[in-house]
Design a protein around this ligand. Structure first.
Ligand SMILES: NC(=O)c1ccc[n+]([C@@H]2O[C@H](COP(=O)([O-])OP(=O)(O)OC[C@H]3O[C@@H](n4cnc5c(N)ncnc54)[C@H](OP(=O)(O)O)[C@@H]3O)[C@@H](O)[C@H]2O)c1
Length: 301
């Protein structure tokens, strides 16, 4: 198969590309940085600039499926201008792809979009699955709603649309884990707030395997992408400290302090999402790292 990937140069995209190439699929990717364009057999980069509606239309040549990962990173201070970038980088890019695909009818069979668990309401006790209709009225939840709506448009073109509502991705190359591990390594680790907030997480290898699974099985609809074993922030902090053989002796860090330091984006540290991944398991997907201790140990091995 030939797959067009946006955001292929990011944390998830890089691993996804490795897996697709190992499985002898061919990859085209779109990047906003001309310096990241590489031309190799089976791996070809193309330039785009969604803000200016620019796209190298050759990217669509013989493509069977599209994976849309691109988007401004949410782990930066949420100024008003940056909030706008978080939304627009996902929606304008999706619209640009839609307009391109529309010009090439009956070619692309599937559109798979990254999505987030932020769409679900905050809860420590309730477990949310894909049938949940309740959402919350927060900035990030509203971003996810708009993001999914922009993906759904591809259905009009008779294309299967699949959305992976992804939990916290654990990798040692970037994302949440190295950030959590940094103070722990220095001996200043501590859980956030009550530490009771639930983190629905997924090992990077399992996430990229899931993208591959939904592509190879032509799945459509919404799937939660997190293991069946979510844990509290306190437990996650403890597992990381034990794996790194570091002590945890400081009291938990109060929410108001993090809000003072990070602003509204501190929401990410205190948010509690407990989601079920029954649906993807019933579809036949098997997690390689369902348990947190093994996942963190593998990432630091
Ligand atoms: N990592 C997680 O824990 C997690 C959890 C849930 C959902 N997700 C979602 O999954 C997707 C991929 O995540 P990731 O962790 O791999 O992200 P990442 O490392 O930040 O990479 C995202 C990629 O998007 C492109 N990009 C950045 N800003 C852009 C902009 N303003 N306009 C267009 N493209 C832009 C960049 O590619 P170029 O420089 O090549 O253009 C970048 O490499 C994101 O949409 C993210 O929100 C991630």
């Amino acid at each position: 198969m030939k797959i067009l990937i946006t955001g292929a140069t990011g944390l998830i995209g890089k691993e996804l590309v490795k897996l697709f190439l190992a499985k002898n699929h061919s990859v085209h990717y779109l990047t906003t940085s001309k310096s990241k364009i590489v031309s190799k057999p089976n791996y070809q980069g193309f330039y785009w600039n969604p803000e200016q509606s620019k796209i190298d239309e050759n990217c669509i040549y013989e493509v069977d499926a599209i994976i849309h990962l691109a988007g401004a990173n949410i782990a930066k201070r949420w100024t008003n201008a940056y909030k706008q970038e978080i939304i627009e980088s996902r929606i304008l890019s999706s619209e640009l792809l839609y307009n391109l695909v529309r010009k090439h009818p009956n070619q692309v069979k599937q559109f798979v979009s990254a999505s987030g668990t932020a769409i679900y309401p905050e809860s420590i006790t309730k477990v949310y699955d894909e049938t949940t209709k309740e959402t919350e009225d927060s900035f990030l939840s509203n971003v996810v709603k708009k993001w999914e709506e922009s993906a759904n448009r591809f259905q009009v073109l008779n294309i299967k649309v699949c959305k992976l509502r992804t939990g916290v991705v654990l990798s040692n190359d970037g994302g949440a884990l190295p950030e959590m591990a940094k103070p722990i390594k220095l001996g200043f680790g501590a859980a956030m707030g009550s530490g009771k907030q639930i983190q629905s997480w997924i090992h990077i290898n399992d996430l990229v395997a899931m993208y591959c699974f939904v592509i190879e099985n032509q799945l459509e609809g919404v799937y939660n992408a997190a293991t069946l074993n979510p844990i509290s922030n306190q437990e996650l902090t403890t597992v990381i400290a034990k794996t790194l053989k570091k002590p945890l002796f400081l009291p938990n860090i109060p929410q108001f302090l993090m809000k003072l330091l990070l602003g509204e984006m501190s929401y990410l540290l205190f948010s509690s999402k407990n989601i079920s991944s029954d649906k993807i398991i019933k579809a036949g997907f098997q997690f390689q790292f369902p348990e947190i201790k093994e996942a963190v140990a593998d990432l630091y091995s």
